[in-house]
Design a protein around this ligand. Structure first.
Ligand code: B12
Ligand code: SF4
Length: 534
């Protein structure tokens, strides 16, 4: 049984400016499949290697797989559909499979517009793909496909979704096989070293309305920290990794396990630095532990600081958020950890003044890095339902945090992009001259100057925020900016073809209306997991 996994060749000028990142999904699926006895697996990274359709076709002709699987986040969906079309044409005998977040919720539309896809794997992929592979290997496909939990497919004109697969309860069964990747390709520009993306925890106990990750994983589960550190040791010793970020949505909420993770890293004394995304409230909670986190190699923390306030949700109280964000940033910086503030901008009620306000906040909080991401209305998140017909663009290839999907009432999209760039220019110009060169901590200074280099590189190449593609050259070019939206793309709303999550149960309680004073940025209230839990 020969399996080929492919990462589609999609690019957008955001996080990619920091380098080439390894597709963790392929390594986690490979690890699981190999332990279940399916070991003929090849991975093709069409994204990192910028492969053309002809180059992918040539590889498939050579490999003659029985199953071809591709991944797709929302903006990569059209690339993934086209890739699987090419796969079907090249190897008609192979079963074509799509996995990842977009298909998980949008499978009715995907299977309608790409009927050459034999199965969409919904949610966490390891167990579902293994069952699907076994069904094929035992000659039961497609006759017995109704028995494979977690997949969706077409039967004639009808779209069928089998019952969802429960999230894997024993998460220690999930161990990546990183040897499936070509490690010479994955370099983190700021440190000029190989980079990895291991997974400590999956899911998030919170339910932010602009986010879909909590819905995707459905349950919050943490792996045995020592086993994750075994994986990191393998990455460092056998694949030459010098930096990693945790793929996790919320790695710190389970304090006890996160501390165990740090202690195990310190014990092994591995030459590796790392970064995480997490919540402001966890940093405040862990003030006394920050030196331990830093000792374990944690150098970069990205905080969802202002998302909530910008979204102007009633249940978030800006006053408390602002004070707490500032404190968390100070604490990180005092402990030699790079603090990155993330702002979400570009909702319908954004104005030049509110954008200016985020800049002033960035000055006041003084994080090491600031990031202004465009609000992106995933059709499967809760806020999308509230926005209704204010969302006019359904060209999903532009749903990438760097293209203004929503048109604010008070300005056009080009002005939104221009004001956002104005914030970036001012913020990083100050840091270039007054900040980074003067950082005393050698490790942190090297890191920040490396980040600056990555920014400069993407600036020269005009890949940052896809500025080259949209024709932005500064304020004077505003009139000629063109986002090239494909207006023919629609949200397929025919009955039975809307994203429906009927069979998709999460462990989350129904959303409670929080009193404003109890609310914090990135994820609601002050709740923490009990130490004993999990
Ligand atoms: C690491 C990461 C990146 C890396 C990409 C690394 C790579 N080459 O894959 C970098 C930093 C480059 C990046 C960039 C971007 N990212 Co990103 N990224 C993440 C992050 C933090 C972790 C992803 C990860 O590895 N998870 C761990 C793996 C194991 O999970 P997984 O990929 O979901 O795979 C599982 C299942 O989905 C399924 N599965 C997945 N694929 C397949 C395929 C098959 C065949 C099967 C059967 C199953 C299957 O099985 C896997 C195992 O269970 C997530 C947020 C998060 N915490 O998840 C955002 C996230 C995926 N990114 C996102 C976005 C939008 C982007 C950018 C567009 C932003 C930007 N402009 O920079 C770009 C796009 C880059 C590109 N060209 O594709 C969004 C996607 C949302 C959406 N609805 O589509 C996320 C969810 C963040 C968010 N806050 O919403 N990203
Ligand atoms: S805290 Fe909110 S934004 Fe962050 S991952 Fe959880 S649900 Fe998403």
């Amino acid at each position: 049984m020969r399996i080929v996994l492919i990462h589609p060749n999609y690019h957008s000028g955001g996080a990619e400016i920091a380098g080439n990142w390894p597709p963790a999904w392929a390594a986690y699926l490979t690890g699981f499949l190999r332990r279940e006895g399916f070991d003929d697996i090849t991975f093709i990274d069409a994204m990192t290697n910028h492969l053309t359709p002809d180059q992918v076709r040539a590889r498939l002709v050579e490999l003659q797989p029985d199953l071809i699987g591709a991944t797709a986040i929302t903006p990569a969906i059209y690339e993934a559909e086209a890739l699987l079309k090419l796969a079907k044409e090249t190897c008609p005998q192979a079963v074509t499979v799509l996995g990842g977040i977009h298909g998980t919720f949008m499978y009715p539309q995907v299977l309608t517009e790409a009927p050459w896809i034999d199965a969409v794997v919904r949610g966490e992929g390891e167990q579902v793909l293994t069952d699907l592979v076994r069904c094929i290997a035992e000659g039961r496909w497609p006759a017995d496909r109704a028995s494979v939990k977690g997949i969706a497919y077409r039967v004639g004109e009808e779209i069928v979704a089998n019952a969802a697969m429960p999230p894997i309860a024993d998460v220690d069964r999930i161990v990546a096989d990183w040897s499936v990747l070509d490690w010479s390709r994955y370099i983190y520009i700021p440190l000029n070293t190989r980079v990895a993306i291991p997974n400590l925890a999956r899911g998030c106990p919170f339910t932010c309305s602009f986010c879909s990750q909590w819905k995707f994983w459905r349950d919050y589960r943490v792996r045995d920290p020592r086993k994750v550190v075994d994986e990191i040791e393998d990455l460092v010793r056998n694949h030459g990794i010098g930096f990693f970020i945790l793929a996790d949505e919320e790695p710190t909420i389970h304090k006890k396990k996160f501390v165990q993770f740090c202690e195990a890293l310190i014990e092994r004394d591995l030459p590796v630095l790392w970064g995480i995304n997490t919540r402001v409230t966890d940093i405040l909670r862990d003030e006394a532990l920050l030196p331990l986190y830093r000792k374990a190699g944690l150098v970069h923390v990205s905080l969802g600081t202002e998302a909530a306030a910008q979204l102007k949700l009633d249940r978030f109280n800006k006053e408390t958020t602002v004070a707490q964000n500032k404190k968390a940033i100070q604490l990180l910086r005092q402990n030699g950890i790079v603090a990155e503030a993330q702002f979400i901008v570009g909702l319908d009620n954004e104005t030049p003044e509110t954008l200016e306000e985020t800049y002033r906040m960035a000055l006041d909080w003084d994080p090491d890095m600031a990031n202004w991401a465009m609000y992106t209305p995933w059709p499967f998140n809760d806020l999308f339902q509230e926005l209704g017909d204010k969302v006019e663009v359904f060209d999903f290839s532009k749903y990438n945090f760097v293209t203004p999907i929503m048109k604010p009432e008070a300005m056009d999209r080009a002005t939104l992009l221009d004001r956002t760039m104005h914030n970036y220019r001012r913020f990083y110009l100050r840091k270039t001259f007054l900040g980074y060169p003067w950082i005393r901590d050698k490790v942190k200074r090297r890191y920040m100057l490396g980040c600056l280099w990555a920014f400069a590189k993407s600036g020269f190449q005009r890949t940052f925020y896809d500025l080259g593609k949209v024709g932005y050259w500064g304020p004077q070019s505003k009139k000629s900016v063109d986002f090239h939206f494909d207006e023919s793309r629609r949200l397929d709303a025919a009955p039975g073809r809307v994203p429906h999550n009927a069979m998709w149960k999460t462990m989350h309680r129904p959303k409670a209306k929080l009193p404003p004073a109890a609310a914090k940025a990135c994820g609601g209230g002050t709740e923490q997991l009990e130490d004993a839990e999990g």
